[in-house]
Design a protein around this ligand. Structure first.
Ligand code: CP
Ligand code: NVA
Length: 307
């Protein structure tokens, strides 16, 4: 693996598999009460420019379980919020910490941080990508649908957002079939699609883009959705509700999927919008496994980068 984890695109297919294997191993150790203090004495700084429940708690608890500690650095309370340049912040934090996690808006901010930091930088969500979540999702699929991810058909339905983009990279590296259904006006990022198509050639993955949710979901083993208005798009919420209405994951749409299909959602979920309460609750076990797996997947990534 490289110094940083900014995108699944940077990982070799074997790296993705090794990280998922390690995540499963760490999960088993945690559940069996076996000590696994692989990051004893290490410290992670967590820069947040956006809100979070899962990411903050899972990174902080993950570091604790690995024998290290984590520091919450809200951009509002640090000099970053008052305009201190990222490149200076990167060099300062590199003198104190062993790793930095960042949740920010522009993906370039995470890239700049990684370029100037001498310690590993982990992307905990940008407007473009959410790779830690997709690693947790892949782990969840392995648990519920078997280890051979290349045998799966996955449908992502809704906005062509950071989750859709990261799914394209995750699918391309694991050889699965991924169908992404979005309105034509809200497709995934063009550069991501291009890169993922190239990656897919290496693994035999099939990536399909469509504006027809029924086509995407047809025969799918896993159906994934996410909010229609991501952080930073709150002003567009009402308009988006109208645009995305045909993309709701509901009982009618789920009839097109394989009858044993599972539904996943990175959370937070907005019931009655991207998913109905009925479909959400019918899949709650999977969805909360997925949330739990953020912890195990990130512990694996931190161990590989900071160990
Ligand atoms: N799924 C996810 O990243 O959740 P948070 O925004 O709560 O961290
Ligand atoms: N697409 C969502 C994911 C939240 C975890 C957002 O960026 O707000």
């Amino acid at each position: 693996m490289d110094k940083d984890f900014l995108t699944i695109h940077d990982l070799a297919p074997e790296d993705v598999e090794a990280a998922l294997d390690l995540a499963a191993h760490l999960k088993a150790m945690q559940q069996g009460g076996v000590p696994h203090r692989y990051l004893e004495g290490r410290t992670l700084g967590m820069i947040f420019e956006k809100s979070s429940t899962r990411t903050r708690v899972s990174f902080e608890v993950g570091m604790y379980q690995l024998g290290g500690s984590a520091l919450f650095l809200s951009s509002h309370d640090t000099q970053l919020g008052r305009g201190e340049p990222i490149r200076d912040t990167a060099r300062v934090l590199s003198r104190y910490l062993d790793g930095i996690m960042i949740r920010t808006y522009a993906h370039e901010t995470a890239e700049e941080l990684a370029a100037w930091a001498t310690i590993p930088v982990i992307n905990a969500l940008t407007d473009l990508l959410h790779p830690c979540q997709v690693m947790a999702d892949l782990l969840t699929m392995r648990e519920h649908k078997g280890k051979d991810l290349s045998a799966l058909k996955v449908a992502f339905v809704g906005d062509g957002n950071n989750m859709a983009n990261s799914y394209l990279y995750g699918a391309a590296k694991t050889g699965m079939t991924l169908a992404v259904a979005t309105p034509k006006t809200h497709q995934p990022d063009k550069m991501v699609v291009k890169n993922a198509m190239k990656d897919a050639k290496e693994t035999g993955a099939t990536l399909l883009l469509t504006d027809d949710p029924a086509e995407a979901v047809k025969g799918a083993d896993v159906v994934v959705t996410d909010t229609w208005a991501s952080m930073g798009q709150e002003d567009e919420h009402d308009e988006r509700k109208k645009i995305f209405a045909p993309y709701q994951v509901n009982k009618t749409l789920m009839k097109k999927a394989d009858r044993r299909a599972i539904v996943m959602h990175c959370l937070p979920a907005y019931r009655g919008e991207e998913i109905t309460d009925e479909v959400f609750e019918a899949n709650a076990d999977v969805i909360f496994d997925e949330a739990e797996n953020r912890l195990h997947a990130q512990k694996a990534i931190m161990t590989l980068l900071m160990g």
